[in-house]
Design a protein around this ligand. Structure first.
Ligand code: DQA
Length: 148
């Protein structure tokens, strides 16, 4: 199986941005973690993509159609604003897991809504970067269960 990991705005600032909330690990560390977790879960391919631009995130989700079997996505701030990302995920209709590094459920009111959640079969919050490892494992289990 082929896995696409998508990260939204400011995730490239991991390690620098608000370390009390997001930790000291960098985006490069996150990419390494995802690649290792994907290999261990049996994925043949793991592509990691990060952008600060909503339209670029829509483009990469659309391009996943026919090219990837599952998507793990942290839309970051666009989680709370983007109907376009929701529609893109619904358009390609690939199994998708939403990940948030921080405990969004314990933070500001404006973080309590997720537009993308309706297109995801699972949401993981507040596990730090380990949330991606869990998402990748759970995606592998889902694909093996439904596609064999
Ligand atoms: C985040 C939570 C969002 O509210 C925030 O805008 C982010 C990161 C998280 O991973 O905890 O940029 O998605």
């Amino acid at each position: 199986y082929r896995l696409l990991v998508v990260n939204g705005p400011n995730i490239n600032m991991l390690g620098v941005r608000e370390p009390k909330i997001y930790g000291r690990k960098t985006y490069a560390d996150l990419v390494r973690l995802c690649r290792t977790a994907a290999r261990e879960a049996g994925f043949a391919e793991c592509r990691c993509f990060q952008s600060n631009h909503e339209g670029d995130l829509v483009d990469v989700i659309q391009a996943a159609y026919g090219e990837f079997d599952g998507i793990v996505i942290n839309p970051a701030a666009y989680t709370h604003t983007s109907v376009a990302l929701l529609d893109a995920l619904k358009s390609v209709a690939l199994p998708t897991i939403e990940v948030h590094i921080s405990k969004v459920d314990e933070r500001e009111d404006f973080r309590q809504v997720s537009y993308v959640r309706a297109a995801c079969f699972e949401t993981i919050v507040g596990m730090g970067l380990d949330g991606y490892r869990k998402a990748i494992k759970d995606m592998a289990a889902c694909l093996h269960e439904h596609k064999g």
